[in-house]
Design a protein around this ligand. Structure first.
Ligand code: 6R9
Length: 701
């Protein structure tokens, strides 16, 4: 019986795989003006980075950095698939992002901090000042006994103290782990535990949508959660949003909590030599959602990572030292690490750091900032583009700024939103790079090289230089380009920015990213280890990829990955809940949002109170970002005869689609009950196939 069901599910998969049709979009060419000034104008770059030249082609990336000792081996594959890049070298990321720029760019702004309240002035931090502040903080951290290889967790908002703390850690080889400031204290606590951090760095408060948030409260929850999980935190270092003043209501815990600004008094003017660290030493951890509820810490290296983000910042984002570059992401996500801090700073750029919400106090805010600061490179996510378009479609016209280059990242962008970005925001002059990549990959995988390859709305483009994607079907056969068929996009070769491992879990690393398409687990040849990205994609005849979304149980909400297992276990913390299933729902602004189905325990009456507590549980365990759009209490979950919840059926219902054939389920009747509950008595089924990521949802276990 189980066999029959499996077979049926398999047939459905392949049908869904074929059902990807979209109109071919026209190309857009970069302007002559852009081409004339671009960092990368040499069309031979693609040939230079062909597979035949791999891995030596990446020497050019290593050349972007200043080395204390040169490396000996470009790529060491002896512990496949745990790749080691630029082995034998000694290097320091803080030195490469700060010290080496002092002679030429000391007085130039490294960061321009824009506070959310519009009446607060911008704060420019020169490379010289950044150097002083990073050194003092490194001295402080060293004074606390921290050293290379220790982990420190941050739960910081978007303020200059965040990159300063990152660079101070990097100076000493301390592995930083920044948890997105909008995540809850509990989410932070579980990441503290996983990384084994004994120190938490936070800030008392920050501005968000017009309110000063008491953020210190989250630190107390984080420390408590970590302790419950078995990890003690000895010290909480608290930055002050307004130095010298405490802006939170939550009391400081004596002996545990310290104001960084107080401690720093002892370290004024102190200098710390950047430690010469091995290339493959870890630089940071970035936690990301996967198919299980357990946090997954992507471990990134010093040299490979930094070389990769430095080179891609230069050639893809086209950052020159005299550009004013603004990436409106949060440093708490990989985009911010790579393309607000490390990549731009390695290129001696001026990087704008905005504290708040893009639409605060109105949809003209980003364009006012761009005009005032002379921003000429702009980088954001489709969600922000959609939001700004909806609230102020003509706002950009009112402001006198001019971008030369723009980027979109984080989720697929629909051609219509792309065109608004191009016409209105970029004023038909700026090039757009649609950069497709993920936490695990450190930097871009799919993108055009903007002066060389034309843009195509909705497609990220081909592989970035030296990145050789391939699409495999479920059986491991290559899906030919131009076939219109979707499959699992993988990268044939390693690249310097790839994560080193999942922190503390080598097996999970191999299983998650390689096991499916690796045929020989003992092989030391990189050709045997294609990297499975976790996305579905199609490749057009011209070689451009269109990324369809996640193929695993990860929901991409406004460009941020949320694990369904994490959401489901948050729901289960409400004692009345017996079972929970979460599915992605298409959303006009955020791309996807989670919708939750719960079954209550016997004897419990379904009530609004239970629903409210489920919503609250999600906000507490994960953060407001995980707030479900709806919570439905259902009489029973649709299940296979082996007892597996059919999330795909729920996803179809939530997305107003036909549920298909459910006769093989253990309880087919419940499907119609749930459908009526959600869609109403009349069938309101939408036309058209479900997007691939939703159609396939729930098939990976
Ligand atoms: C950088 C980042 C990764 C997931 C990824 C994919 C989606 C990212 C995209 C895109 C289509 C793009 N994604 N960029 N989808 N086009 N340009 O976002 O990292 O937070 O780990 O998310 O985001 O599904 O797998 P991360």
């Amino acid at each position: 019986m189980a066999k029959a069901i499996e077979k049926q599910e398999l047939t459905e998969v392949s049908e869904a795989q074929i059902a990807v049709h979209w109109k071919e979009e026209d190309y857009y060419q970069p302007s002559e003006k852009f081409k004339a000034q671009a960092n990368m104008r040499d069309a031979r770059i693609l040939e230079k980075f062909s597979l035949e030249r791999f891995p030596d082609c990446f020497k050019e990336y290593a050349d972007q950095l200043t080395w204390f000792e040169p490396y000996r081996t470009v790529l060491d594959t002896s512990d496949a698939p745990f790749w080691k890049w630029f082995v034998g070298g000694k290097i320091n990321a803080s030195y490469n992002c700060v010290d080496r720029h002092l002679a030429k760019y000391g007085n130039k702004a490294a960061f321009i901090f824009v506070p959310e309240p519009e009446k607060e002035p911008d704060v420019a931090i020169s490379y010289q000042e950044l150097y002083a502040r990073v050194n003092e903080l490194a001295a402080l951290l060293r004074g606390l006994g921290l050293k290379a290889g220790d982990r420190v967790t941050f739960h910081m908002p978007m303020v200059p103290e965040l990159p300063i703390t990152m660079l101070a850690c990097a100076r000493l080889g301390i592995i930083h782990s920044q948890v997105f400031g909008g995540f809850s204290g509990q989410a932070c606590g579980s990441r503290i535990q996983d990384s084994g951090s004994r120190v938490l760095v936070t800030m008392d408060s920050y501005w968000r949508n017009g309110a000063l948030v008491d953020h210190k409260a989250n630190a107390d929850i984080a420390v408590r959660t970590a302790k419950e999980l078995g990890q003690d935190v000895d010290k909480v270092l608290v930055w002050q949003r307004y130095p010298g003043k405490y802006s939170a209501k939550t009391p400081m815990v004596p002996g545990r909590d310290f104001f960084v600004n107080d401690l720093l008094k002892e370290y004024q003017g102190k200098k710390v030599e950047p430690v010469a660290l091995p290339s493959e030493g870890p630089l940071f951890l970035m936690y990301s959602s996967g198919t299980t509820g357990k946090p997954k810490g992507a471990q990134h290296s010093i040299a490979g990572y930094l070389a990769y983000v430095a080179a891609t910042s230069k050639w893809i984002l086209d950052i020159h030292p005299d550009d004013i570059y603004w990436c409106m992401a949060d440093i708490g996500w990989i985009t911010g690490h790579s393309y607000i801090v490390y990549g731009p700073l390695a290129n001696a750029a001026t990087s704008v750091l905005y504290e708040g919400v893009p639409t605060f106090p109105d949809a003209g805010r980003p364009w006012r900032i761009a005009e005032r600061l002379g921003v000429n490179i702009f980088h954001t996510a489709p969600t922000a583009i959609r939001m700004l378009r909806k609230l102020g479609p003509q706002e950009p016209r009112k402001y006198n700024y001019q971008f030369k280059s723009m980027t979109t990242v984080g989720e697929p962008i629909e051609p219509e939103a792309w065109r608004w970005y191009y016409d209105e925001v970029g004023k038909r002059e700026a090039v757009i790079t649609d950069t497709w990549w993920m936490t695990e990959t450190g930097g871009f995988l799919g993108t055009t090289v903007p002066a060389i390859q034309p843009m195509k709305p909705g497609s990220c483009g081909p592989g970035a230089p030296g990145i050789h994607p391939v699409i495999y079907d479920e059986t491991g056969a290559e899906v030919p380009k131009g076939s219109g068929r979707a499959g699992n996009i993988c990268i044939r070769n390693p690249w310097p920015g790839i994560m080193q491992t999942i922190w503390g879990d080598r097996d999970r690393y191999v299983k998650t990213y390689f096991a499916k398409y690796n045929k020989n687990p003992r092989s030391k040849d990189w050709r045997d280890w294609p990297f499975m990205c976790g996305d579905g994609a199609v490749q057009a005849a011209d070689g451009y990829y269109r990324v369809l979304g996640r193929i695993d149980d990860v929901i991409n909400v406004a460009g941020h990955r949320l694990g369904t297992k994490e959401i489901e276990s948050a729901c289960l913390t409400v004692p009345e809940v017996a079972e929970a299933a979460v599915v992605p729902v298409q959303d006009e602004l955020k791309g996807r949002v989670p919708e939750v189905y719960i079954a209550v325990k016997p004897g419990v009456q379904p009530s609004q109170d239970v629903i409210d507590r489920v919503i609250k549980a999600n906000e507490e365990v994960i953060g407001k970002i995980a707030r479900p759009k709806h919570v439905y209490i259902v009489p029973d979950m649709p299940k296979t005869r082996s007892g597996k919840i059919m999330r795909r059926v729920l996803a179809a219902i939530s997305n107003r689609r036909d549920v298909g054939d459910v006769t093989t389920l253990a309880n087919p009747d419940v499907v119609e009950q749930i459908r009526t509950m959600v869609q109403g008595k009349e069938t309101v089924t939408k036309q058209g196939a479900l997007p691939e990521d939703i159609a396939k949802f729930g098939e990976v276990e």
